[in-house]
Design a protein around this ligand. Sequence first.
Ligand code: FES
Length: 70
Amino acid sequence: MAKVTVRANGPYLVEGAEIRDANGAVFPVEPGKPVALCRCGASQRKPFCDGSHLKIGFQAAETAASFTAK
Ligand code: FES
């Protein structure tokens, strides 16, 4: 089963999943290694995180405890 971890003020860390583009093509990633997907919008190598969230001071406060399903 895939696991996605929301990193504090950083990317989504994805483990155990294929990452596909809008056409269904699989991004080449190292098998078995987690990948970090950008959620700040500043990465120059989307959909992957390149560390730019640190440069722009990306802040996010989401936690499972504060989430309310709609
Ligand atoms: S979350 Fe790292 S560059 Fe966007």
